[in-house]
Ligand binder design. Structure first.
Ligand SMILES: NC(=O)c1ccc[n+]([C@@H]2O[C@H](COP(=O)([O-])OP(=O)(O)OC[C@H]3O[C@@H](n4cnc5c(N)ncnc54)[C@H](OP(=O)(O)O)[C@@H]3O)[C@@H](O)[C@H]2O)c1
Length: 208
């Protein structure tokens, strides 16, 4: 069975996840950070796209402030050409995997497909082979769109912060080309809503 995929992100009350120039914005607070780090800790892998690494340079680890002596999940980045900066913070230790479309002898690289972008089904097979059962997808909008497009999302968690970012070009939780026809729309079932910090966490199951 392929790994379970949980998408988790934070957006503003107007559905934006960063400034129009892709600069990161603090959208939630301590309570939500604690929840995110617990979710990371429960996952076997955390996955982001190269765009998020370039924009935010995240560490993608579990903070000891939230979980004592954490076991850090595998950090996976989708980087088709394998050209994200090697001083990115997610490379701080050896526990990472770069999913690409190019051959390499580097044991941290895995080639998934021959297309322009990483083939997500091949990547899921590879992660399954490595014993990964739960993957947390943390963004950004392009990557989340691809996971929905390939029908690979099981759960969608979105924290809605009490702020407006605005701007037609500011990234949203699910970017890409979006639904072009009504048949392309993805349907969700709201599972829970929880007030947290000064916002609300919405948890959805994706209808298959
Ligand atoms: N608020 C939040 O919760 C949150 C969380 C994360 C990110 N963000 C924000 O999101 C923004 C970055 O999002 P983004 O959409 O620009 O970038 P992204 O989704 O992180 O990465 C997209 C890139 O991943 C690579 N990629 C490889 N295979 C792919 C595939 N199958 N599908 C999609 N992408 C694939 C492509 O680049 P290559 O061709 O170079 O491989 C693509 O351009 C930043 O502004 C960041 O601050 C917000």
């Amino acid at each position: 069975m392929r790994p379970k995929v949980i998408v988790n992100l934070a957006m503003s009350a107007d559905g934006k996840i960063a400034l129009p120039d892709r600069t990161e914005v603090k959208i939630s607070g301590e309570e939500d950070f604690a929840r995110v780090h617990c979710l990371r800790h429960e996952a076997d892998a955390i996955l982001v796209g190269s765009g998020t690494v370039r924009a935010d340079d995240p560490k993608l680890t579990v903070k000891e402030r939230f979980i004592k002596k954490p076991e850090h999940p595998l950090r996976v980045v989708l980087d088709s050409k394998g050209d994200i900066p090697k001083d990115a913070r997610l490379f701080d230790d050896d526990n990472y995997l770069i999913a690409t479309t190019v051959e390499s002898d580097d044991p941290h690289w895995v080639k998934c497909g021959d297309g322009e972008r990483v083939d997500l089904h091949e990547l899921m097979n590879e992660l399954q082979r490595r014993g990964i059962k739960k993957v947390m997808v943390e963004g950004g909008g392009e990557v989340i769109h691809s996971f929905f497009e390939e029908d690979l999302v099981d759960e969608y968690n979105v924290y809605v912060g009490s702020l407006i970012i605005g701007g037609a070009k500011a990234p949203t939780p699910v970017d890409g080309k979006g639904a072009l026809t009504k048949d392309d729309i993805k349907h969700l079932k709201l599972v829970s809503h929880t007030l947290m910090d000064d916002g609300v966490l919405l948890k959805y199951r994706v209808k298959k």
